[in-house]
Design a binder for this molecule. Structure first.
Ligand SMILES: Cc1ncc(COP(=O)(O)O)c(C=O)c1O
Length: 391
């Protein structure tokens, strides 16, 4: 196995006075991605696509390169890659196009484990078309989403199933391949929200079999961008909302305006970095830090870890509460101790009630990233122990 102990040096934004456990909301950027974005902007290639001069050809080449790299990272066709500003924006574009073919009697299955970017666009679609959204429930006892709870809601009226690849709140990884197979047997299409899965696991979209897979590169050490992989046949079928000169076929149908070339250059470099480091190596490295974090929190009496109690089928992300203290207070006290965490629902709006949490206050969320060290985990645990002890 690679030794990743020096990997931290690849992240100029990491270190100093802060232990960063806020990776699930966005990681620090890897050196090669920073350099690639800057190099693009210095290159003179900033132009637009399909022109007759060299810089325009360089823009086309960049799209081809980053599409191929994303295809390699996700195990998907390069010509399925739609580039947008964020996954939320991509989902709004996708669902708006899907909506033109939906009506009363059609059903969409969403889940309570999902980030709202894979729920709200479907609810809006249902409002506008008369279709119905059915919610698959996560198991409050385990904090996990059983494939059966989704599959049980799939029937002849189901047109779309929208399910997370991994919870951005508690890390749980549902069996999306099983969900996809069942949905396809029923004639439904599947969107997998891969935003929280991609930084932590090797992804193989072809093996999952889903029709759409979304990811955001700022969660995996790259710049802010959303990449949506749409099965090429579906891409052609969708009745996209688009400006008239935009392409009639291919990813350009769902891309709104000129992409951020500098971001695409960084996306390519960040994806290459993941491929070169190896997703299995990354997962194994993170698992050690995460087990230390989870065990340590379980050992603090006044702490309740929310969601799954173990590390199986799970990204290295958890939520916890400290008895008698609001999550915001805990986050503020941790910040005073140099530990960066998020509190609240973290946009996993539907998950809060089943997890036994207040819908707004939520809980404290801590995530392990590739650059997290054992010392930082111990720092967090000491600080939480102190906060819990002082009430
Ligand atoms: C699981 C998950 N899905 C979707 C999103 C939305 O991504 P974006 O900010 O690119 O819209 C996030 C962001 O936190 C997320 O964690």
């Amino acid at each position: 196995m690679h030794d990743l102990n020096d990997i931290r040096d690849r992240f100029p934004g990491v270190g100093g006075d802060w232990a960063r456990f806020d990776g699930p909301a966005g990681t620090q950027v890897v050196d090669v991605a920073i350099d690639a974005s800057a190099a693009w902007q210095r290159s003179g290639n900033n132009a637009n696509s399909h022109g007759s001069f060299a810089a325009a050809a360089a823009c086309d080449d960049l799209v081809e390169t980053v599409s191929a790299t994303m295809g390699e990272l996700l195990g998907a066709e390069p010509d399925s890659m739609v580039f947008g500003p964020s996954t939320t924006a991509n989902m709004m574009a996708l669902t708006r196009a899907i909506g033109r073919g939906l009506g009363p009697g059609d059903e969409i299955v969403c889940t309570t484990l999902d980030h709202d970017s894979n729920v709200a666009p479907w609810l809006l679609l249902a409002r506008d078309t008369g279709a119905t959204v059915r919610m698959a429930e996560l198991d409050p006892d385990t904090g996990r989403l059983a494939a059966e709870s989704v599959i049980d809601l799939v029937g002849p009226a189901t047109r779309w199933v929208a399910v997370t690849g991994s919870s951005n709140a508690v890390g749980a990884i549902p069996d999306v391949a099983a969900v996809t197979a069942a949905a396809h047997r029923a004639g439904a299409r599947v969107v997998v929200d891969g935003v929280h899965l991609t930084p932590h696991r090797g992804v193989d979209v072809a093996a999952i079999g889903c029709d759409v897979f979304t990811t955001s590169s700022y969660k995996w050490y790259g710049p802010h961008a959303g990449i949506m992989c749409v099965e090429p046949g579906l891409l052609e079928e969708l009745d996209a909302y688009k400006v008239r000169p935009a392409p009639e076929s291919g990813p350009g149908r769902l891309q709104y305006g000129t992409p951020s070339w500098e971001a695409l250059a960084g996306v390519d470099a960040a994806a290459r970095f993941l491929l070169e480091t190896g997703m299995d190596v990354i997962a194994a490295h993170e698992a050690i830090r995460f087990a230390r974090l989870l065990d340590g929190l379980h050992g603090i009496e006044a702490v309740r870890v929310v969601g799954p109690a173990d590390t199986a089928d799970r990204a290295p992300t958890l939520m916890f509460e400290v008895e008698g203290l609001a999550p915001l207070t805990v986050a503020e006290r941790l910040a005073a101790a140099g530990v960066a965490v998020w509190d609240g629902h973290n946009y996993a709006v539907e998950a809060m009630a089943p997890l036994g949490l207040d819908s707004e206050a939520g809980a404290v969320r801590a995530g392990v990233s590739l650059y997290t060290t054992d010392d930082e985990v111990d720092h967090l645990l000491d600080a939480v122990g102190h906060i819990a002890g002082s009430g």
